[in-house]
Design a protein around this ligand. Structure first.
Ligand code: HPA
Length: 288
């Protein structure tokens, strides 16, 4: 059965196509790379040249983001000679969107001809060797909402996007990871580069101490409230993915600690590390 004919699917194929065609009609740029900017990391889009900017509210079918630190615009432009489209503000499940709305832009990117997705986010560090300000290359993820029945691919499968049972053991592209590591060394970022497993939780409440301990035991190095649904949908439609996660706080795993996770700390850390992350992404893109 095709999703387009099934009422349980959030969007029809035609709706994704309408959005992609509207964007094509409004810009001559034809990006190969899409970048989704995490909380406080949207300034990357400001580096694009020959920009065309669309506010989410003006794009047909596009949702609107509600989080402080997220601008809510789609920016087309060129970075290091490479045509890119950049989401300045992503959609989170905790904002109340359903999981298919959260991932809507990814299929639009695919229909626009994008073949590579770069995702950035803010996360809490669970691995005790990590420090605030570290950038973690995501080598794998744990889809906690997926365990609880919130996988964006649930529902009828539309073969025009991908197969019913997509593989996820190769979700994060090894070649792009190697490129990122090489670039980090060249850019003097290797002293704060980590590589590990990102676990998505829904939020918006931060984790309890017991939850942090449980996630660490499960094999997670970091925890955050985004990214995984977009990656699942990207892999389903064949995009290569690179994930970079900025450790903005250390998750509390000790009952004697007086530390408390909070959004202000998250934004403060992104402010002081945003430039390094931008530099890293820019130089990675130059090599793609
Ligand atoms: N937990 C979940 N999401 C986050 C965190 C955290 O500690 N820090 C930034 N995003």
């Amino acid at each position: 059965m095709e999703a387009a004919s099934c009422s349980s699917s959030r969007y029809s194929y035609e709706e994704y196509k309408e959005t992609a065609e509207w964007l094509r009609d409004h810009t001559e740029q034809r990006p190969r790379v899409a970048i989704i900017c995490g909380s406080g990391l949207g300034s990357l889009a400001d580096l694009l040249q020959n920009k065309t900017v669309f506010h989410y509210k003006d794009i047909p079918h596009f949702p609107i983001s509600t989080v402080p630190g997220h601008a809510g615009q789609l920016v087309f432009g060129s970075l290091q000679g490479c045509d890119c489209v950049c989401m300045q503000g992503r959609f989170h499940f905790y904002e109340g969107y359903d999981i298919q709305t959260v991932t809507f832009p990814v299929r639009v990117f695919h229909l626009l001809g994008v073949d590579t997705l770069i995702v950035t986010n803010a996360c809490g560090g669970l691995n005790s060797t990590y420090s605030v300000g570290d950038i973690m290359l995501i080598k794998d993820h744990i889809n906690m909402p997926g365990f609880a029945g919130q996988n964006p691919l649930c529902g009828p499968n539309d073969k025009r996007f991908g197969e019913r049972f997509p593989c996820m053991s190769d979700a994060y592209d090894r070649e792009l990871m190697a490129l990122a590591k090489q670039t980090a060394a060249e850019q003097g970022c290797d002293s704060f580069l980590q590589e590990g497993v990102y676990c998505m939780v829904v939020g918006p409440s931060f984790e309890t101490i017991a939850e942090c301990r449980a996630l660490r035991t499960l094999g997670a190095d970091t925890v955050g409230m985004s990214t995984v649904p977009e990656v699942v949908v990207a892999r389903h439609c064949g995009l290569r993915v690179l994930g970079l996660s900025l450790v903005t706080n250390i998750a509390v795993t000790d009952y004697d600690s007086h530390e408390k996770a909070n959004h202000e700390e998250v934004l403060k850390t992104t402010q002081y590390r945003a430039q390094d992350l931008e530099r890293l992404v820019t130089h990675i893109i130059a090599k793609i």
